[in-house]
Every structure is written in structure tokens, then in C-alpha cells.
Design a protein around this ligand. Structure first.
Ligand SMILES: Cc1cc2nc3c(=O)[nH]c(=O)nc-3n(C[C@H](O)[C@H](O)[C@H](O)COP(=O)(O)OP(=O)(O)OC[C@H]3O[C@@H](n4cnc5c(N)ncnc54)[C@H](O)[C@@H]3O)c2cc1C
Ligand code: SF4
Ligand code: SF4
Length: 1005
């Protein structure tokens, strides 16, 4: 939505505000955003929904910004700064919004740079430097740098979505900081705007260059240099800084402005021997001093190639921290702690459960020590020496070593830890409050012992410990219930007590995450009032009108204000069709999202979540956006009797493909597909079901009708002009082809033929789920499945059942789906068992039994649905299981070589695994399978048919899948278990993809 017309009052400026969204004070006049809108080429949005999306980051804080702007050019940014100055409003630079302390939360104008400022401007291999815009994702930068043997060292756990602007703003670093330091250590220069809109370049200066800058007349830049010279040449100020800032031996120090580093320069102290460098100040200044548009960074050579992770298993965190001091003698590149609580959380997360195979027994903590060396022999001897040193000191009961890529699973698990911890059912969650403290590494065991004692003895709360032990920083997350006044009081109490403890150790309250809204209040305590006064003076010199990210670092409001939850506010309970009791209700299911932004990763990062963000790169189309809007509207419904009746939810759900990737890939397991289906049902209850949704949900009825005269149907709908006309009328895209209807349904074919009974032993009986898609459209896959099973010695039965309900689920007609689910549970429970499983051909149909049915059927059938679920298997899973049991062997199949490229179905990847498909397809001993690293194909049931979604659907396909299929040799086979995926592959590449059953059937001897 564009800005409102001139003179519009603030209420109107709230635009398409849902009655549920916060009301802007009527008395408050809106800044004339229409004027700004006409001065810039980028988009300015004042609508309530978008403002709500930008009201949070990955912290506990929430505040409605006045508007969100997406500048397209540098001159747009300049205009925004001038506008903010004229109207005295704050501007909040923002990139990925993964800050953990509320750095991008505020009531001003959010400037989202992630949309149009994502270019790598120059890679200079001679100087080993790179120039980038703020919206370049850290890992995507490294993808390009790797082509030149370079990389940008600092690595946050969020490196697949965090952007350079934000990394500089927060002075980010990560597990490898022992070797590669923080972003500050790599920042060579920043070009951008001062708060008066004048342009400047900040970089290291010799004393004479510094003096030239100071003499620069009446410019803001000159004034800043002169002010800082006055402030930091004062001997008393220098003494106070030296005495009060964190110890120099602590490499991670993000508390307030880095005045100590700034004053340590030849221009201010001839003995310092270092250039004066404002970059040291800008890194970690959280957008409060300077608006960066171009960052020049030092790069590192690619790390030594030989790597091993020694995973020390200890009985307690304390033992691990003492072992950490021993490990540091072996020049590790990372030393990271994972405690028992995190290891526990990984059990329940589908993606991470696979990564925990290295864990031996039930350790109190694992210390992961990364050893990297140029030579393998060097690496092995360091590993052995470390193990011996630990053994000699009596540390650890197991120390498995993971070499090369094997170690990735440990890092994946460690990275996911932060988000996984929030996946605790209920309102008491592990919160970021004292999780970023850093002390001298030698003080860490004593500091953590005191930390624990405060938490346990004074507050009686437990805590999670993990991360950067090697550099003196442990992330620590106590559990708080911020919905209660008591919880909030403890939140403040713990923050204050730990701030005093950190001060006692001369540590840093923030090691890497920054101060934001959370820690800003404590800066005066940490560095003393006088040093805080110096920081305020620096801010005043850079930003006299306080327009750059106000309320961060200086003048921060109390840490227990502007939170996501208001204490004492009850969590509403609503009646739902799905059972949400595992999350304690639908509202809490939406509240699971902690804003970590994993759903902002691009296709280059792998995985499936979230295809609509991958295709559009817009915050509005992330899983996070959907959860944020749901959380807000359901907590503040316009009409408590119709909480889901919201145009905002509808809009933000529009591009959700219901792929279910979030259910498994989101560390908090936010299940938007389920929430979307629930929402749509209620929305349609109020507004009626659209014709197209009825048509899609009634797919089986339509297909049944068409199958009466399939020849006529196919002749008509395969004629391009008729198809296009039909598509246009029903709301499908004209270019989308329609699936053919089988000449005979699978069920009719099955009933009218003689079963194949090869001589030899019988392997048992299976029930085959004759899903509606295979029955009407995919006869070849159906026949191949039946024949494959029979020829492998299984008796195949087609039991009586109804349709799966998938089409209804995907369109949000979940009451309709519920009746199918209940019928199926009733009909199939008596005949399906572990011995006689239900085998599914189409993943989205059979996986409904495991995923949706137990939460969809009425209470009386819930136990039956739960008992049935584990016996409902994909064909691939069944074949793999039988092969593992020795009942199917390679000698049943050809030994002809065959290359296969496999695209997995989203639901299968989210709820099951592709491993059984690979196992199945490689039963013929010379068949090789390459997984296409695609996420969603983009079709997602009817999504890709729909006129308004067709372009996004094809864009999703073009990210990875289509190029990979086009690149595959013509002799290679393309395998895709999903019917929609095969259709999409055909429409996007004109290549025919096969169901794995078809491939294996042909491979039978
Ligand atoms: C699960 C999780 C794990 C994390 N792990 C780590 C970790 O290992 N190490 C770590 O250091 N951090 C970590 N973080 C914190 C966060 O991811 C990092 O601080 C990250 O670098 C922020 O990048 P962003 O693009 O999200 O920045 P944003 O949150 O968008 O912005 C960060 C700051 O930079 C400012 N800013 C952005 N662009 C500009 C600009 N052009 N000019 C001036 N100021 C600007 C913003 O105003 C803000 O103050 C983690 C966060 C989460 C949720
Ligand atoms: S939806 Fe999940 S991945 Fe996305 S921000 Fe929320 S918690 Fe993180
Ligand atoms: S279901 Fe898929 S498209 Fe929808 S929010 Fe989750 S990951 Fe994104």
C-alpha cells in the first residue's frame, strides 16, 4: 500500500488496519509520508499489516513502527534521512532482522535494505578485499568469494540469512572467532550518510589525515572529528575508559560504543602506533551513528582443508569448561559447548534428530573442539594429543572424532540449538536476557559457577548453557514466563544481578549480540556514568537530532517495556477443528515463532523452508511473517467470536504453499500449513467458500465424472485453446496444463485383472491405499506399484476406503477433510497392522495419516488414528524396510547401470525422509541416485494452477529444480514420488519424471 494522501491524519495513515491491530493515537499527526513517498523511487508502506511484520525481530521486544520503507537507491536513503530530520522521527536501518536484543524494534520508520541493496560491488583478489552493499547475505558472499579462494571469516549461527549491514551494526562473530575475530576486525571502510544527509567515507586515518578531517570547516563530518578529538584526548576520560571498559583480554566486547578501541590511535596518543579508525566505532553501533551503504571488508584465505571435530563428552558443564582451558593449548579454530538441555531438544526435532548420532550416552555437556590443519597428519596428531591431554587430566568419558564433512551435522545441531530451545510447550520459555555475557576465558568456570548459583539459589530457575566456550562466552538461557508480572519481575532481577556479576569479572555484558533494547539500560552500570556520558556525547556529535535508531545504546527505555506480551494479559482459547493441544492451543502454536529468521534463507542454503520467501525475498512471505500476524491478530481479535476473520491473515497466508517444510525445518517447529488450513476454514465460515476452492477440494468428484468418458475429457482438455479458456474461467493460469484422466481407474484395473503370482516364497500381504490422484490420473505409477509388489512376492489388497482428503486440506476445507479422515480411520484400522501395513503411492495422501489425521479426527477416534499412523508407509519406506529385513535383494533386479536424479516431495522431506527412496532406487546394484538439492517444486497441489500464483510457482521451480532437470543427461531418469512434482517438472522443463515405483518395476529381472 502506498502512503496515504496529504494531510491524512495518523489514523488514516494506519491504512488497512485490521480492527485487531493497535490503534495509533488519534491526537498524533502522521508525518507527511505522502511527501516522502513522492521523493523516493522505492516503496513506502504505512498499512497496519506491514507495520506489524516489522514490529519485532528475534528478540522479546515489539513496537509498531510508523511505516516501513524499501529504498531503491542511495538518493532514496538520503531523502529518508532528510525527511526524518525534518519531521524528527527515528529511522531504523534493518537487514534480515535477526537481532536478539531488539536492535531493529522501534516506533520510527523502518528502512528495509534487504530488498534492493544486495549487491557485491567488487572482489579484489590482490588486496583480498570485497566491497558490498548492506543487504548481502554472509553465506552468499562466501559462495562468491570461494571462487577466488577467499572467505569472510566471521560466522554467526544465522549466517545463511544475516546480512553484512546487520553484522556490522551488531559487530557479529561466531564459533570461529578464536581465529577470525569479529566483523569489526574485518571492516576496512564504510561509505554512507551522516545524520544530516551528507555523504562520508569512514576508514583508518594517519595523524595528518585525521587533522585534515578535523579542519574540515562547518561540515558535520568535520564537527564529529573535532568533538571526538576533544572527548578522547581528555586524560581523565581516557583513564576512566581504561579502568571501566571490559578487560583487553576479552576479545568479545560489544557493550556500548567501542571508545576504548577508538582512543587507541596515534592521532590521539602518539604511543598507540595505530591509525584512527571510525570503523572500530561504527561496527557495533547498531545503526545509531551512521547509515552504511557500502562496506569494504578484509577477507581471509579459505581455511586449512583438513578438519576434525573432537567431541568431548563430560559429566557437567563445569567439567567441560575446565577441559576447555586444556583444549585451547591445541590451537583450535572453534571450541563450542552444547549442554544436556540442547541435546534433549534435538531429540524431538525431525531435522536435528538425525544429526545427533555422534552423542554417546547422556552427557551433561559436549565440548566440540575443531582442529584445522594444512596437513592431515598434523591434524591427526593434534587430535590425538588433545585426547591424551584430556585423558591425563581425567576429563571426559567419551571423545568421538568426526572428520571432514561428517562434522557438519554437529555444527548444524549446534546452530539450531538456539531456536530449538524455544520449542518448549507452554508460556515459560528460555529467553535471551543474560545470554551474551563474555569474560576472560580463564574466569569462565568460576563465573559460570556464580552465575548458576544466582539463578538457582536466588530465583530457583534452571538454565541452558551453550556456545562459545573457547572465547569466554557462554550463551545461557533461563526460562521465564513473560506473560506474568512475576515472570517479568524475575526477568529484570536476573538481568540486573548478572550485570553486577559481569562487572565484578570486568567482562562484557554483550559478547556478540549487541545491546539493543535489552542491555542498553545497563550500559551506565557496566562502564560507569562518566563513560556513559562520553557515549552520549559521541551520539550527540554524530546524531544531534537523535534520528538514527533512537533508544539503542544511549537513552534506551527500561528493558521490561515494549515486550511481545503484556504481563497479565490472558492467552485466548479458541475452538478449532484441528486439535492443537500439543501446543496448548492455537494461539500458542503461533507464538512458537521466536523470530530467528531461519525462514529467510535462500535456496542457496538448501532445504525447503520457505519457498515463498525464496522466490520473492520479501519478509511478508516468510514463515515468520505468517506466525507474527497470526500471533498478533489471535491475541487481539477484532471480534473474539470470529478471531480468524482477518484480511491481514489472509493476505500474509496467500503465498504459503502448505509445503510443511516449516514443521520440520523451523527450529521451533512452527506448523504454518496446519495453521493456514485452520484459518481458511474459519475465514470461509464467515465469507463463504470460493468457487475455485470448492472445485479443487472436490477434485475426486470431478475426476470421477471425467473418468466416465476419459477419451472425450482428455480430447477436450488437452486442446490448448479449450484448456486456456477453461483455466481462465475457473481462475487457473492459462499456461498451466491439466492432468490427463486415466483410460481406466486404478481400482477398476486392479479388480479386473489376474494378480501376478511368481513362483517362490510369499512375503506377506499389504494393503494398498488407492489415493485419488493415482486412481484417476497416475495409472502407470499405480500399476507399477501393484506389479512391483506382487513380483516381489507380496499379496496386494485394495481395501475399502474413501479419498485421502488432501485436496480439501490444501484448500482449508478441513471439516470436509475431517469426515474423510474419520471414515478412513474407521475403515482401515481393522485391516491395517504392522504385519499388514497400508502402503501409499502418493506421499501427500499417505502422509496425511501420520501428520494431519491424529489431530483432525474427533476425540473418539484419536487413539485409533494414532495407532494407525505408524503403519501407514510410503512405498519407498516399505521397500527399504523389507530390503533391510532381507526379503528383497539386489539380485531381483537388473545389473544394468542407470543414473537417476531424484526430486523429493516436500511432505516426504518434512515428515519422513528421502533415505528410503534412495535405498529403494539403488537396490539394482548399478543404479546411482543423485538428489536434486531442490526445495519445493512450486506446484504444491493446486497452488501452481492458480492464476495469481502461477508466476511464483514457476519461480520456485526455477530456483533449483528446473535448471537441475535441464542439466541432467538425456539418458538419466528423473524420479519424483509426488504427482504434483511430476506435473510441475513437465510444465517447467518438458521432461517426463517417473514415480520410483515405475523405475523399480522396469528394473525387475
Ligand atoms: C538463532 C540466532 C542465532 C544467532 N547467532 C549469532 C551468532 O552466532 N553470532 C552473532 O554475532 N550473532 C548471532 N545472532 C544475532 C544476529 O543474527 C546477528 O547479529 C546478525 O549479524 C544480524 O544480522 P541481520 O542482517 O539480521 O541484522 P538486523 O537485525 O537487521 O540489524 C542489526 C543491526 O544493524 C543495524 N544495521 C543494519 N544495516 C545497517 C546499515 N546499513 N547501516 C547502519 N546500521 C545498520 C540495524 O539497525 C541493527 O541495529 C543470532 C541470532 C539468532 C536469532
Ligand atoms: S517461523 Fe520458525 S524459522 Fe521462521 S522466524 Fe519463526 S521460529 Fe524462526
Ligand atoms: S508451509 Fe511451506 S510455504 Fe508455508 S510457511 Fe511453511 S515453509 Fe513456508
Amino acid at each position: 500500500m502506498r502512503a496515504p494522501p496529504a494531510g491524512a491524519n495518523w489514523k488514516i495513515a494506519c491504512g488497512n488496519r485490521s480492527p485487531g491491530l493497535p490503534i495509533c493515537p488519534q491526537s498524533m499527526r502522521a508525518p507527511p509520508f505522502d511527501q516522502l513517498s513522492s521523493r523516493i523511487s522505492g516503496e513506502l508502506v504505512t498499512g497496519g499489516m506491514m507495520r506489524m511484520l516489522y514490529a519485532t525481530d528475534a528478540s522479546e521486544y515489539q513496537e509498531m513502527p510508523m511505516a516501513v520503507v524499501f529504498p531503491k537507491s542511495e538518493s532514496d536513503v538520503r531523502e529518508i534521512i532528510l525527511f526524518a530530520k525534518e519531521n524528527r522521527i527515528g529511522i531504523i536501518p534493518r537487514t534480515a532482522g535477526t537481532s536478539l536484543a531488539g536492535q531493529v524494534v522501534g516506533d520510527g520508520l523502518v528502512v528495509d535494505l534487504s530488498r534492493h541493496f544486495g549487491r557485491i560491488l567488487e572482489i579484489n583478489t590482490e588486496t583480498r578485499r570485497v566491497r558490498v552493499q548492506p543487504g548481502v547475505v554472509r553465506n552468499e558472499l562466501n559462495f562468491e568469494l570461494a571462487k577466488h579462494g577467499l572467505f569472510f571469516g566471521p560466522e554467526t549461527s544465522t549466517a545463511n540469512r544475516a546480512m553484512i549491514g546487520g553484522m556490522v551494526g551488531n559487530n557479529s562473530c561466531g564459533s570461529n572467532s578464536i581465529i577470525y575475530g569479529s566483523t569489526r576486525d574485518h571492516l576496512v571502510s564504510v561509505r554512507g550518510f551522516f545524520s544530516d544527509g551528507s555523504e562520508g567515507v569512514l576508514r583508518g586515518l594517519s595523524p595528518s589525515e585525521f587533522e585534515v578531517k578535523c579542519r574540515d570547516g562547518a561540515t558535520m563530518e568535520g564537527r564529529i572529528y573535532r568533538s571526538v578529538r576533544t572527548l578522547l584526548t581528555d586524560q581523565n576520560a581516557r583513564r576512566l575508559i581504561t579502568e571501566n571498559f571490559p578487560r583487553q583480554s576479552i576479545p568479545r566486547r560489544n557493550t556500548g560504543y567501542a571508545l576504548d578501541l577508538l582512543m587507541d590511535s596515534e592521532a590521539l596518543d602518539p604511543a598507540a602506533g595505530k591509525p584512527f579508525d571510525f570503523c572500530k566505532l561504527i561496527a557495533g553501533s547498531e545503526g545509531t551513528l551512521f547509515f552504511g551503504l557500502e562496506f569494504e571488508l578484509d577477507c581471509d584465505l579459505l581455511p586449512p582443508p583438513h578438519v576434525a571435530l573432537v567431541c568431548g563428552h563430560f559429566h557437567s558443564v563445569d567439567e567441560a569448561l575446565r577441559a576447555n582451558l586444556v583444549a585451547l593449548d591445541f590451537s583450535p579454530s572453534a571450541c563450542e559447548l552444547i549442554d544436556r538441555h540442547i541435546l534433549e531438544c534435538t531429540r524431538a526435532n525431525h531435522s536435528q534428530a538425525k544429526n545427533r548420532s555422534f552423542v554417546v550416552g547422556d552427557p551433561g555437556a559436549v565440548l566440540v573442539v575443531e582442529i584445522r590443519r594444512e596437513e592431515e597428519s598434523e591434524m591427526e596428531s593434534s587430535v590425538a594429543a588433545l585426547q591424551s591431554a584430556w585423558e591425563a587430566a581425567g576429563f571426559g568419558y567419551a571423545m568421538p572424532v568426526l572428520r571432514g564433512n561428517e562434522g557438519n551435522k554437529v555444527w548444524e545441531l549446534r546452530r539450531a540449538g538456539q531456536g530449538l530451545m524455544s520449542n518448549v510447550v507452554g508460556d515459560a520459555k528460555p529467553r535471551e536476557v543474560v545470554e551474551d555475557t563474555a569474560v576472560d576465558v580463564r574466569d569462565l568456570p568460576a563465573y559460570i559457577a556464580e552465575f548458576k548459583a544466582i539463578l538457582q539459589d536466588k530465583y530457583g530457575i534452571g538454565c541452558v548453557y551453550y556456545a562459545h566456550a573457547g572465547s569466554g562466552e557462554l550463551h545461557t538461557r533461563p526460562l521465564f514466563d513473560l506473560k506474568t508480572a512475576e515472570g517479568l519481575k524475575t526477568f529484570r532481577g536476573v538481568a540486573t544481578d548478572i550485570a553486577h556479576l559481569v562487572k565484578k569479572y570486568h567482562g562484557s555484558l554483550s559478547g556478540e549480540h549487541g545491546d539493543g533494547r535489552l542491555r542498553g539500560e545497563f550500559i551506565p552500570l557496566m562502564v560507569g556514568q562518566e563513560c556513559y556520558g562520553l557515549m552520549k556525547a559521541v551520539k550527540a556529535a554524530f546524531d544531534p537530532d537523535n534520528i538514527f535508531n533512537p533508544g539503542k545504546i544511549v537513552g534506551t527505555p527500561p528493558m521490561d517495556t515494549h515486550l511481545r506480551h503484556e504481563p497479565g494479559q490472558p492467552t485466548p482459547e479458541y475452538e478449532t477443528v484441528f486439535d492443537f493441544s500439543d501446543a496448548l492451543g492455537v494461539v500458542r502454536a503461533a507464538e512458537k515463532c521466536n523470530g530467528s529468521g531461519d525462514c529467510r534463507k535462500s535456496h542457496m542454503a538448501g532445504g525447503t523452508m520457505c519457498p515463498s520467501y525464496m522466490a520473492t525475498r520479501e519478509e511478508k512471505h516468510t514463515t515468520r511473517a505468517r506466525a507474527n500476524i497470526l500471533r498478533h491478530i489471535l491475541n487481539h481479535p477484532a471480534d473474539a467470536a470470529k478471531p480468524f476473520d482477518s484480511g491481514e491473515i489472509k493476505e500474509v497466508m496467500d503465498l504459503c504453499l502448505s509445503c510443511k517444510a516449516c514443521k520440520s525445518e523451523c527450529p521451533s517447529s512452527v506448523d504454518i500449513a496446519k495453521l493456514k488450513a485452520e484459518f481458511l476454514q474459519h475465514y470461509y465460515d464467515s465469507h463463504g467458500v470460493p468457487f475455485r476452492s470448492r472445485l479443487v477440494a472436490g477434485f475426486s468428484d470431478g475426476a470421477r465424472l471425467a473418468s466416465i468418458a476419459p477419451g472425450i475429457y482428455n480430447a477436450i482438455f488437452q486442446t490448448p485453446w479449450i484448456r486456456k479458456a477453461f483455466n481462465t474461467v475457473v481462475g487457473f493460469h492459462p499456461e498451466r496444463t491439466l492432468p490427463k484422466v486415466n483410460r481406466v481407474t486404478l481400482r477398476n484395473w486392479f479388480n479386473s485383472r489376474t494378480p501376478l503370482r511368481p513362483p517362490g516364497k510369499r512375503n506377506g500381504r499389504v494393503q494398498l491405499f488407492c489415493d485419488e490422484f493415482t486412481n484417476f490420473n497416475d495409472l502407470d505409477a499405480g500399476i507399477a506399484t501393484v506389479e512391483l509388489l506382487e513380483l516381489l512376492g507380496y499379496e496386494v489388497v485394495l481395501p475399502k476406503h474413501v479419498e485421502s482428503g488432501r485436496a480439501s486440506l490444501s484448500k482449508g476445507l478441513i471439516r470436509r477433510a475431517k469426515s474423510f479422515a474419520e471414515d478412513n480411520v474407521r475403515l482401515l484400522s481393522p485391516v491395517v497392522s504392522e504385519k499388514e501395513p497400508l502402503i501409499g503411492i502418493e506421499p501427500s495422501a499417505i502422509l496425511g495419516f501420520r501428520d494431519e489425521y491424529p489431530a483432525l479426527v474427533g476425540p473418539s477416534l484419536r487413539d485409533a488414528a494414532r495407532s494407525l499412523a505408524p503403519h501407514c508407509l510410503l512405498l519407498d519406506e516399505f521397500i527399504a524396510r523389507e530390503a533391510d529385513a532381507g526379503r528383497i535383494a539386489a539380485d531381483h533386479f537388473t545389473d544394468r547401470p542407470q543414473a537417476i536424479h531424484l526430486h523429493g516431495h516436500c511432505h516426504q522431506k518434512a515428515l519422513a525422509s528421502l533415505d528410503p527412496t534412495i535405498r529403494m532406487l539403488t537396490l539394482p546394484k548399478n543404479y546411482t541416485v543423485k538428489i536434486i538439492p531442490s526445495g519445493c517444486c512450486g506446484m504444491a497441489g493446486s497452488f501452481g494452477y492458480e492464476a495469481e500464483h502461477y508466476d511464483v510457482s514457476m519461480k520456485v521451480g526455477e530456483l533449483v529444480l528446473f535448471p537441475a532437470v535441464r542439466k541432467a543427461s538425456s539418458e538419466a531418469l528423473i524420479a519424483a514420488p509426488g504427482t504434483s512434482c511430476r506435473h510441475q517438472i513437465h510444465d517447467g522443463t518438458r521432461r517426463k519424471a517417473l514415480h520410483p515405483a515405475e523405475i523399480l518395476r522396469v528394473a525387475l529381472k
